[in-house]
Design a binder for this molecule. Structure first.
Ligand SMILES: C[S@@+](CC[C@H](N)C(=O)[O-])C[C@H]1O[C@@H](n2cnc3c(N)ncnc32)[C@H](O)[C@@H]1O
Length: 362
């Protein structure tokens, strides 16, 4: 799988778009608001209140979430410059994602964003927002050019499907039935990717600059806990239903594996310590329920199943459609998936487990 070319969220602003189905991810951004505020304050004060602050949101996708992040950064910067009687700085914001990302939808939202900023913050800035296409597993910016780097809901995506997964048949990720070599291959790919990410940012962030990263992880060392592999297990099950119906080929399920990893907190700390360029200020975890819609009716689990299927579809459809076929295959897949999620949630409430990391460049 050519991950850089197929790992996109659903484009546009339609019913199945990421822009319209990213409330789940938005909750993760909201939960780390206080940590982000501290990180931004530290970044500007430790780099002695620059007159132009350079920030980046890595893995911005399209839709309102990246604008929520920029607004929170603007609020914090505005507040701290006012409190310390410093002249309002200029802000340069780089929105980064892979080249196939729907940057057009992002750019179309810019006039409304600038207008709101002017209404709310008056003469703040100006704020210059631009798009930057490329993989965050390599260099994206000039040396020592950034004060603050943010990334949410993105770093669990790997740069490639790990090699050596040919014996992970009928599973699209680590599963209880996967041989140990599968877990080892995923863990090693994450170690390589996350190390590359840190090495690149270590060059680009100036000393005293900060980085706030929020991404999916798992609650235990054991990679087969529900918060790590249940979602993918339900996706595998749904694909096998489609094999039974003759919509999808068995061999296509056997050869598909998600380019995704949910690390344990200790693994993340070890990789950062080994790379050596960053001090960890905070390394915390939190949970976001798969669905927390408040339906008290009999069909509660059906509604939850459909809700979860919508945000999973928005985040995986381009990649799945490239491998299994678009149209009917995707409609059938996510209808089955919604049912399996509903049945699972009926037995057990399940949450995504998140890791949030705040770090300073040494
Ligand atoms: C789930 S979206 C998160 C969007 C937004 N940050 C949020 O929190 O809602 C993940 C994004 O990460 C991007 N991404 C994944 N791997 C990437 C890479 N190597 N370089 C840049 N972006 C990447 C994907 O294309 C996708 O748009």
């Amino acid at each position: 799988m050519d991950v850089e070319n197929v790992l996109n969220m659903n484009a546009g602003e339609g019913e199945t778009s990421y822009a319209n189905n990213s409330i789940h991810q938005r909750q993760a951004i909201t939960k780390v608001r206080a940590i982000m505020e501290d990180a931004v304050k530290n970044a500007v004060s430790m780099t002695t209140f620059p007159t132009c602050i350079q920030v980046a949101d890595l893995g911005c996708s399209s839709g309102p979430n990246t604008f929520l992040v920029i607004s929170e950064i603007v609020d914090t910067v505005h507040g701290i410059y006012q409190q310390t009687n410093n002249k309002s700085p200029e802000l340069q914001v780089f929105l980064n994602d892979l080249p196939g990302n729907d940057f057009n939808t992002v750019f179309k939202s810019l006039p409304a964003f600038y207008k709101k900023l002017k209404e709310e913050k008056g003469d703040f800035g100006p704020c210059f927002v631009s798009g930057l296409a490329g993989s965050f597993y390599g260099r994206l910016f000039p040396s020592q050019s950034l004060h603050f780097v943010h990334s949410s809901n993105s770093l669990h995506w790997l740069s490639q499907v790990p090699n050596g997964l040919s014996n992970n048949k009928a599973n699209v990720f680590i599963a209880k039935s996967s041989p140990p070599s599968v877990f080892k291959a995923y863990k090693e790919q994450f170690r390589r990717d996350f190390s590359k990410f840190l090495r690149s940012r270590a060059v680009e962030i100036m000393p005293g600059g900060h980085m706030l990263l929020t991404f999916l992880g798992r609650s235990a060392l054991d990679p087969t806990t529900n918060d790590c592999c249940k979602m993918a297990e339900l996706l595998s099950k749904s694909l096998l239903d489609l094999v039974a119906q003759g919509i999808v080929k068995e061999g296509d399920v056997d050869s598909f594996n998600l380019p995704l990893y949910r690390p344990f907190k200790g693994e993340v700390r070890e990789i950062i310590d080994n790379e050596g360029s960053f001090n960890i200020e905070k390394l915390e975890t939190f949970e976001v329920d798969w669905d927390n819609s408040d339906t008290s009716e009999d069909d509660q689990y059906c509604v939850s199943g459909q809700n979860v299927a919508k945000w999973i579809r928005a985040g995986t459809e381009p990649m799945l459609a490239t491998h299994f076929g678009a149209g009917t295959a995707m409609d059938s897949l996510f209808a089955r998936f919604a049912q399996h999620v509903a049945e699972h949630l009926c037995i057990e409430k399940t949450a995504d487990f998140y890791i949030v990391l705040s770090m300073t460049k040494k």
